[in-house]
Design a binder for this molecule. Structure first.
Ligand code: SF4
Length: 736
């Protein structure tokens, strides 16, 4: 039986990277006893989408897991078990693999929805307790190409280097591959206000989405050609003399090589590659260059490609050539997708990262984090495989897997193959709130607490660190992920260093991040409770603050050394000077970028074909994405009645010309075949998509699983799979 708090608890939505503020009020009349109430929070100003409004339903869902499950030899089925037995079985399974095949035969897979504390704990658990390099997470499938491009150009990756509130204050936004109206509806108001203020909106998307319908100009390139489009725009900018030469000279490096690449992409060539006409290209340049301030915002469209890093780099080059980055209300930003997609990549569950967004390959970073962890730097394993490569190695080099907060059976590319790899493991343990499609394959399933049942921090798409507060007592049979790590560590011989109290974990995270790119050392739970989030980097100010900084004074790096390029606003800086507490850094790069010389780097890029282009056998392009009522693999949202009613299953969106060619009517089942497999779903015939392209949402398992079809070709830098483009053929299945 749940017990509840007496007054609304201020907290944040458990789903997307907007991390909308909400209140949770006691409501005995509701199943589960909690009601979502409006709360003023600067990011969403009280607005919530349907997912946020119904988020409490999963807490009391009938299909919620409330006791551990162990697969028994006798029945081959998952059967209820005690926590002791389940944890013993996991410890035994992982240690047997380690003893027989070495530490790298044990894999760990995390999630972009895990809190900072859990992501931190999971990375530490993998490297200190298991000694494995084989850890990555599903955030690799989210924004990793933008993160890599950000690092390459600016020396630092924070999705948005400015707050969302800057969007209505700029002159023009090019929104590339984002359908905000469906993925994070409360954020749409920033674009509405932009236009009310006289700014213009250009949306780049192969589909005329609800977001694209609001644009002043909608460019609908062929999937996989966004890079060529950006180069074509840059070509015109140069040809029309619209570059900002003083800015290029004073704040950037590498322009000549990037310029040469763009000049090879003349408009007529770009029109042939992308399908966007030369007049449309010219109009986009006119709108983008007219105001002094402008932004490019990217999301999964350009990022989830086997050339995602270069594609984002091409858009950044456009921003730099026109002198827009590192100035107020201007620049480049990535709209991160998952709830803690930003924090999830900063604290050590990524294959190549240590906490504080430090590089695992950097000796100084290893020494710093090893000291905080109380281990020898040389004991830390090196970088491991990226998410898809790790999943693809299951049953091969990687024999056992511990998985938290992810459902790759639905969300991984080439999903049928990944499902087979998961089935071939010697041992699989999954911690989740429901029996997801991946948990169904496990040897042991642990029922863990959800957002409103535990306290923890997340970092939203702006780099704003937030406190999610516990509002309700969890059901008796569930435990937190931190408890799971604590208990498994103890069973595997590490008695200390894995506290179950999230604030205690956060205190250690502060020390581990001190002096790193994502410096959280000046952020405390107390500050987060009093302020509406704090933007990193936020170094501790020694001798000031709330007294908790004493521990940080012992850290080997100087925590007061502010990251180059991360300039706080002057007003906030004054506040800092008067209080001794660092105000956080809402806007990055205002004076210098975080590169060694302080200059942003142009990176020369060139267009190349997708990993799989249409041919006679597979003549149509497939692209995938989301719908407003579902979230990611749907593990939670498919369990919410209102959301399920609004979006009950997958569909295949296709143009009437294509529908006529294969003889399928609206609502009839259509079979989509790629070289990886087959999916079947009802046709949704609409003129809002290009005639050469079909779209499928990816939230469902079973025969309508879109990721059965997707291509696992990887970006060479970010290791992002090519979710957004592959070749398929369509066949008429017949009436449903
Ligand atoms: Fe939650 Fe995102 Fe919807 Fe906001 S937009 S309510 S954070 S799912």
């Amino acid at each position: 039986m749940h017990s509840t708090t007496a007054s609304p608890t201020p907290t944040h939505c458990p789903y997307c990277a907007l991390q909308c503020g909400m209140g949770l009020a006691q409501d005995p009349g509701r199943d589960g006893g909690l009601a979502v109430v409006e709360r003023e929070f600067p990011v969403n100003r009280g607005a919530l989408c349907g997912k946020g409004r119904t988020a409490t339903e999963v807490l009391s869902s009938r299909v919620r897991l409330t006791e551990p499950l162990i697969r028994t030899h006798a029945t081959g089925r998952l059967e209820p078990a005690t926590w002791e037995a389940a944890l013993d079985r996991i410890a035994e399974g992982l240690s047997r693999t380690r003893a027989e095949h070495g530490p790298d035969a044990v894999g760990v897979f995390g999630g972009g929805g895990l809190t900072n504390e859990k992501a931190y704990g999971l990375g530490k658990f993998a490297r200190v307790v298991l000694g494995t390099s084989q850890i990555d997470y599903n955030g690799r499938f989210c924004m990793s190409s933008a993160a890599a491009a950000h690092q390459r150009a600016f020396g630092l990756d924070r999705g948005l280097p400015f707050p969302l509130e800057d969007i209505p204050r700029t002159g023009c936004v090019i929104l590339v591959g984002s359908n905000l109206a469906e993925t994070m509806p409360p954020a749409l108001r920033y674009l509405t206000e932009l236009r009310e203020n006289g700014g213009t909106l250009i949306v780049v998307d192969p589909r005329r989405t609800r977001t694209a319908a609001q644009a002043d100009l909608h460019l609908a390139p062929r999937p996989g050609t966004d890079l060529a489009l950006a180069l074509g725009l840059l070509h015109l900018v140069v040809a029309q003399g619209r570059t900002d030469e003083a800015y290029i000279r004073e704040r950037t490096s590498g322009w000549e090589e990037a310029r040469a690449g763009a000049m090879a992409h003349w408009p007529e060539l770009v029109e042939r590659i992308t399908g966007v006409s030369v007049p449309e290209l010219r109009e986009a340049v006119r709108l983008f260059c007219a105001p002094d301030d402008a932004m490019v915002l990217t999301a999964r469209g350009p990022e989830q490609q086997a050339k995602g890093t270069d594609t984002v780099g091409a858009w950044i080059n456009l921003v730099l050539a026109t002198g827009r980055a590192g100035r107020p209300h201007s620049g480049y930003g990535c709209l991160t997708g998952q709830g803690n997609g930003q924090g999830g990549r900063e604290h050590g569950q990524k294959a190549d990262q240590l906490p504080g967004y430090r590089k695992l390959s950097d000796p100084a970073a290893r020494a710093h984090v090893a000291e905080v962890w109380g281990v020898a730097p040389e004991s830390l394993p090196g970088p491991g495989r990226s998410a898809y490569e790790l999943l693809d190695a299951l049953g091969g080099d990687v024999k056992s897997l511990l998985l938290m907060g992810s459902n790759p059976v639905v969300s991984a590319p080439r999903a049928a193959h990944i499902e087979r790899r998961l089935r071939s493991l010697d041992f699989l343990a999954v911690a989740d709130v429901v029996l997801s499609e991946t948990a169904e394959l496990a040897d042991v399933v642990l029922p863990v607490t959800q957002w409103a049942e535990e306290t923890g921090t997340t970092t939203n798409l702006e780099g704003r660190v937030l406190l999610r507060r516990q509002a309700i007592t969890p059901p008796a049979g569930v435990r937190t992920d931190l408890f799971v790590l604590h208990e498994l560590a103890a069973r595997l011989g590490v008695e200390k260093g894995f506290p179950t109290d999230p604030e205690e974990v956060f205190e250690e995270l502060r020390r581990a991040s001190a002096g790193g790119p994502a410096d959280y050392s000046g952020i405390t739970y107390r500050r987060l409770a009093e302020e509406e989030g704090v933007f990193w980097p936020c170094p501790a100010e020694p001798g000031h603050g709330d007294g908790e900084d004493a521990a940080l004074d012992a850290a080997p790096d100087d925590p007061s050394a502010e990251l180059p390029g991360a300039e706080a606003e002057s007003a906030s800086a004054s506040a800092s000077a008067s209080t001794g507490v660092h105000p956080g850094t809402p806007r990055l790069f205002l004076d210098r970028f975080a590169t060694e010389d302080g200059r942003a780097r142009f990176v020369p890029v060139t267009h190349r074909a997708a990993a799989e282009e249409p041919d006679a056998e597979f003549p149509v392009l497939l692209t995938t994405g989301r719908v407003v009522a579902q979230y990611q693999s749907g593990a939670q949202t498919r369990r919410v009645a209102e959301l399920n009613a609004a979006a009950p299953g997958p569909f295949v969106e296709l143009h009437p010309q294509l529908a006529a060619r294969i003889g399928v009517a609206d609502g009839e089942d259509v079979t989509v075949v790629s070289r990886r497999g087959t999916a079947v779903a009802p046709a949704k015939v609409t003129r809002s998509i290009r005639p050469d392209t079909v779209f499928m949402p990816f939230h469902w398992a079973g025969e309508g699983r879109a990721n059965t079809l997707t291509h696992p070709a990887l970006d060479p830098v970010s290791r992002m799979p090519e979710f957004k483009v592959c070749a398929v053929r369509l066949e008429r299945t017949g009436p449903p």
